[in-house]
Design a protein around this ligand. Sequence first.
Ligand SMILES: Nc1ncnc2c1ncn2[C@@H]1O[C@H](COP(=O)(O)OP(=O)(O)O)[C@@H](O)[C@H]1O
Ligand SMILES: [Mg+2]
Ligand SMILES: [Zn+2]
Length: 457
Amino acid sequence: MSKPGAKTIFVCQQCGKEELKWLGRCPNCEEWNSFVETTVAPTTSFKSTSPVNPPQELSQVAIEAAGRFSLPMTEFNRVLGGGLVPASLILISGDPGIGKSTLLLQVSALVAQARGKVVYVSGEETLHQIKLRAERLGIKGENLYLLAETDLEIILSQIEGLSPSLVVIDSIQAVYLPELDTAPGSITQVRECTMRLMHWAKLSAVPLFIVGHVTKDGAIAGPRVLEHIVDAVLYFEGEPFSAYRLLRCVKNRFGSTNEIGVFEMKEQGLVEVDNPSKAFLSQRLGEAVGSAVVPVLEGSRPLLVEIQALTNPTSFGLPRRTVNGVDFNRLLLITAVLTKRIGLKLGNQDIMVNVAGGLKIGEPAADLGISLAIASSFRDVAVDPELAAVGEIGLSGELRAVSQLDRRVNEAARLGFKRCLVPKISAKISAPRGIDLIPVSTLREAIGVGLVRGKAS
Ligand SMILES: Nc1ncnc2c1ncn2[C@@H]1O[C@H](COP(=O)(O)OP(=O)(O)O)[C@@H](O)[C@H]1O
Ligand SMILES: [Mg+2]
Ligand SMILES: [Zn+2]
């Protein structure tokens, strides 16, 4: 039953685009079959209840002194740019099962201990299920209030009386506003609920976490549309087969982005990894064929990662290229350069490249490491086990400059590497103690130095 004055529109469940008629493909995000008929009342959105704000002279604007407070969790703090800002709305999104509820329950317990009441609202699990998880995580739960509810009106009225120091909504797809005509999880619901929560956070000055599931299924609105509304967006990611989880900040109105925190999923919950380079390299065999170590930068943080490659003669059909954690097109470029400039006959080889530990590398600075790993596997000669390598590769096989070389080299030195291949063009740094810089200007030179000598074929 539509309300008087209500009209019908079609809303893309992927990106929120509104159209007057149904379309098979969204002109905005190009998703197929994403439009759902939605009835909208003449005024769907709530109106601000705060009094009219007159303009204020900048010099008179008070700095909110009760600034951010730091969470008793170093990795989480780093990602948030130093702590939690009051009245901020933070979206944590990630695949189902990655550990969002676990992480937020742990954070809730820590904040409850340090700052007083925290309300954890779950629209997906019963109190009993949450209690079982809490037991496993060793959380007793003083000051931690649980609410299993999906009606956002009720949730807000319940929270109101408690004046909490933090609220968690798990998840935004599970809650709904009864005044809207659409189902929980639809884009209209998800967007309106987020706006309502944003408004509430600003009025009450309470920080708020909302969980958003990432899913390809068009029936459930992706959290992408929410990213414009919220103050900060964190991605919680990791490979299903790896215990490592990365918390990555992709938007932050109160600090820098692209910082990452590293966690490990264990029986007792998520454990902070304070020396991720060491953790990522922990399973590395000393002198292994097809393995190279690269210092990459995640935000301002240098991390050493192991890149593994395996080449194998193609047995049937076209040679295959498979990547895990590196960009597929980057692999194609590197393979082309290795074939054309170095003369490796990779045209009839399957190539697999993998980043150990489940990290995803987006930087071209890892090119040289990927090349070394492939060349090592193809020639069946190990990469020097005490060597790290960094450099972007150009189409002529030249090594191009990388940013923040000193941080990368320092991290390699800290982890005990003795040599680091660096692009000659950006090698004007002084090496820290214990590590030698090996400036190289071409990939050919680098491969000559990087593979264990004496055995090269
Ligand atoms: N008894 C258990 N012991 C160890 N790990 C568990 C246990 N139960 C669940 N987990 C881990 O917790 C994950 C679920 O985490 P959860 O926080 O519910 O994810 P999300 O909220 O992102 O969907 C599972 O994928 C599993 O790895
Ligand atoms: Mg969950
Ligand atoms: Zn769309």
